[in-house]
Design a binder for this molecule. Structure first.
Ligand code: FES
Length: 282
């Protein structure tokens, strides 16, 4: 049986035979992702950094600031690993004021931006590359466009290394969630177990981010994708099965965890500023 060469016809930008509303998905991705980037950038550079933890007997920590390596200037949160704001932080006029988020946000941000799923989504939504399946893309890239085989997009391969940092962050978020169930009695100063709305929100945050991270394509390759035979290796087989199970719903985990981490961050900040009072359940 012989195969002839099939000539691919270059469709004009936006040209398609599709009759469905193909533009809805990239538009929603564009709006949601842009909103998330604006919010996280504002939080990272927020001059008033004292609103990342709630007091009044609670130990809620805003996830965008976790882990707190150093406290914000003039703040003693009780969450900082290495104490007060670093004296080595540049104090030039044009340089951003120190905020704990500036030291750590590169991990979750880098991990999400290089995620295989998100790449497919934002290449369509932001670069129209192509705008959707079966829809013509802009012609300016010409024939030399090589995608992720060339710089600068080759940087996306850093995802497999960011995975190790992301896994460490999941352990930290789990610790934050456990700490959210400890309340300090304002009268006696004694710590005791309790449940507040913030405890549940931060627990759900750790679970959702865990589900997203543990379903990562790179992790799937790490635990079993790199070997030819899984049979006879029960531990790796089980691990591969678990990661594959989460991986099948990776898109859902990606969006739900994105929404939830922003919501958890806002919730803790509202409690910290006194705009919202945590609902104590137990
Ligand atoms: Fe999405 Fe790794 S592929 S987190």
């Amino acid at each position: 049986m012989s195969h002839g060469n099939v000539a691919l016809r270059q469709a004009a930008f936006g040209q398609t035979a599709r009759r469905d509303a193909w533009w809805v998905q990239p538009l929603v991705v564009f709006l949601v992702f842009s909103g998330f980037v604006v919010y996280s950038t504002w939080i990272a550079f927020n001059g008033n950094s004292s609103y990342f933890y709630s007091g009044n007997g609670t130990h809620y920590l805003a996830p965008f600031y976790s882990p707190v390596l150093f406290d914000a200037p003039g703040v003693t949160s009780g969450h900082a690993w290495f104490g007060p704001a670093p004296s080595w932080w540049p104090r030039w006029k044009w340089f951003p004021t120190f905020s704990p988020a500036l030291l750590i946000l590169w991990v979750p941000a880098g991990f999400r931006f290089t995620c295989y799923y998100y790449r497919g989504a934002y290449y369509k939504a932001f670069w129209a590359d192509p705008p959707s399946c079966g829809v013509g893309e802009p012609g300016f890239r010409g024939t030399r466009y090589r995608g992720e085989q060339k710089w600068p997009l080759r940087i996306q391969n850093v995802h497999r290394y960011l995975l190790y940092f992301a896994l460490a962050f999941i352990a930290i978020f789990a610790y934050d969630a456990a700490r959210a169930f400890i309340f300090t009695d304002p009268g006696t100063g004694q710590a005791r177990f309790g449940v507040g709305m913030g405890s549940i929100i931060l627990l759900a945050n750790a679970i959702l981010l865990g589900g997203y991270t543990m379903g990562c394509h790179s992790l799937r390759h790490l635990v079993g994708g790199g070997i030819d035979r899984l049979s006879g290796r029960p531990v790796r087989q089980r691990a591969y099965g678990c990661v594959s199970c989460l991986n099948r719903g990776h898109m859902k985990w990606a969006w739900v965890s994105l929404f939830w981490v922003a919501f958890a961050d806002i919730y803790v900040r509202l409690c910290a500023t006194g705009v919202w009072h945590d609902w104590r359940i137990l």
